[in-house]
Design a protein around this ligand. Structure first.
Ligand code: GRF
Length: 187
């Protein structure tokens, strides 16, 4: 199955998915491209190491979001992409891409949704005094982290946690959760 991965920044989830493909755990998945909206994304460096073609589309180069997404969609179609995997893609998905991929687009978020959607979910759980947090994989709809939940993993929050230590704990959940969900739902 041909998939595209979208990332705006670090790209560690992208890398973990690639490692699972190489290890044979996701042997039915082919990543046709790493799509990013940030020329400076570290995910681009990671993609080079795995020989994944990189597609940079920066919103400011287009008249509006629809034109931006139309350009992305054309490339996805050229590559025959069936599923889109968001992994740290920091934009709301608009109607152009949703019309083409709704039900075939998933996202991972560092909280137990529906708690703490949007940015800084890790810091918010900590500030709120939560004793557990975790990660959620969900289908993408037009809202901010509001799509149907597919699977979640939880972890404790300790008294001595900082945003960094909690983020690390949650990311380690993500590295297990995302490949597992991808294996289960993408066939
Ligand atoms: C992850 O924590 C994910 O839940 C959120 O963005 C982060 C991306 O991390 N959507 P990385 O770029 O994969 O390292």
């Amino acid at each position: 199955t041909k998939v595209a991965i979208f990332a705006s920044g670090n790209g560690s989830n992208y890398e973990k998915i690639m490692e699972h493909i190489q290890a044979g755990f996701l042997d039915h998945i082919e990543v046709t491209g790493l799509y990013t909206d940030k020329r400076s994304a570290f995910a681009i460096e990671r993609a080079r190491r795995f020989d994944t073609p990189v597609h940079v589309y920066e919103l400011r180069a287009f008249d509006d979001k629809a034109a931006y997404e139309t350009a992305i969609l054309e490339q996805l179609k050229r590559d025959g992409v069936e599923w889109v995997i968001l992994a740290g893609y920091m934009k709301l998905v608009g109607s152009t891409l949703l019309d083409a991929y709704e039900g075939k687009m998933i996202n991972i978020h560092p909280s137990i949704l529906p708690s703490f959607p949007g940015v800084n979910a890790v810091g918010q759980a900590l500030d709120y005094g939560c004793r557990v947090s975790g990660a959620t994989v969900h289908y993408v709809d037009s809202g901010m982290d509001t799509g149907k939940i597919i699977d979640q993993m939880s972890c404790p929050i300790y008294e001595e946690d900082t945003e960094e230590t909690l983020q690390l704990r949650i990311q380690n959940l993500e590295y297990e959760l995302y490949p597992r969900v991808i294996k289960k739902i993408i066939r």
